[in-house]
Design a protein around this ligand. Sequence first.
Ligand SMILES: Cc1ncc(COP(=O)(O)O)c(C=O)c1O
Length: 389
Amino acid sequence: MKKSNRLDQLKSAVFAELERIKEEVAAEGITIIDLGIGSPDQPPAPHVYKALRDAVDNLANYGYPSSRGSKELRDTIAWWYRERFNVELDPESEVLVLMGSQDGLGHLPLGYLDPGDITLIPDPGYPVYAAGAILAGAEIYPMPLKEENGFLPDLTAIPQEVAQKARMMILNYPNNPVAAVADLDFFRKVVDFAKKYDVLVCHDFAYSELAYDNYRPPSFLEIPEARDVSIEFHSVSKTYNMAGCRLGFVVGCSEAIEALMRIKSNIDYGVFLPVQKAGIAALRGPQDIVNKNVESYKVRCNILLDGLSKIGWHVDRPKGTMFVWAKLPKGYHSSETFAEDILRKTGVVVVPGTAFGRQGEGYVRIALVQDEQTIAEAVRRISEKFDFS
Ligand SMILES: Cc1ncc(COP(=O)(O)O)c(C=O)c1O
């Protein structure tokens, strides 16, 4: 069967290879400890699934929802933004409900980029940034995230001719996979860049509530001038352990929101109303689960990092997200070889940094998505087979 050429460009060879090796290892009878995909292992808060269950019982909730999202949820999002970031939003024109932030990130380029336009994306970066650009036929200019720059892109390194052709830039702080954060000073520089070159900034804020040591990540929209040139994507997946519900939202520049809305209204009919009700309960209700998540990822992280340092693998502590971005131990140069070695010898799955772009070489990403005992078991198995000191 002849399929589209763009389909080939969407293949992630690294993830596919990892899956293949995982199956081989499992077939040998080794129990897999999967620290690969970042899917939360904890359930949502009781008041959230009660709201979902009650709404499922209401037969009025089974019609087509609106593509824009219910007014009640959009009002709640605007309220949450005011409470959390002190940012005012118009729920009619500056808020759009999504089937997860992935939906918006993947579809926005169809409404915003023409073939040949350039989009600036972080490298390493979450794979949908590149996928969305490929589907729209746009060109990708990767912005390296290097440790020596605090994992922030160096805006001054973007060539003038690239900046002039760029129409979009994607940022993501707290960042997956590098687990770094960004402050408002950096965002101000990005706003200046965006205004100078007429670039739409898309800030993926999926980990807005997952940061450590009482650090509260700022919203890009806290900068007053940002509203005309940026949008910000959110997700309830990680914050409230609702990844399977498929609910997210995007806020900010009304023209960009309208473009995405137009694309989506041709493709889907919005999010099932009971899921939207659960989202309202999550945002409006008690936030204990958020603190509990942060606390439990931190405890898991300590077990992992303390254990690894005992065998000579010293890994930086993440500033945010549920991931550890670990530089390869001494003597290893290929992320893929290293991840394969760990998986074959111990059954522990970590993702080679190159799954997120070329600049990911030299690192692996470890997701803190197993309980404390399982993380301790992963450390035990690695310590048994490896000594990096
Ligand atoms: C940085 C980042 N953005 C977006 C997403 C997608 O989240 P959602 O479940 O809201 O589609 C993820 C999921 O892992 C992510 O890590």
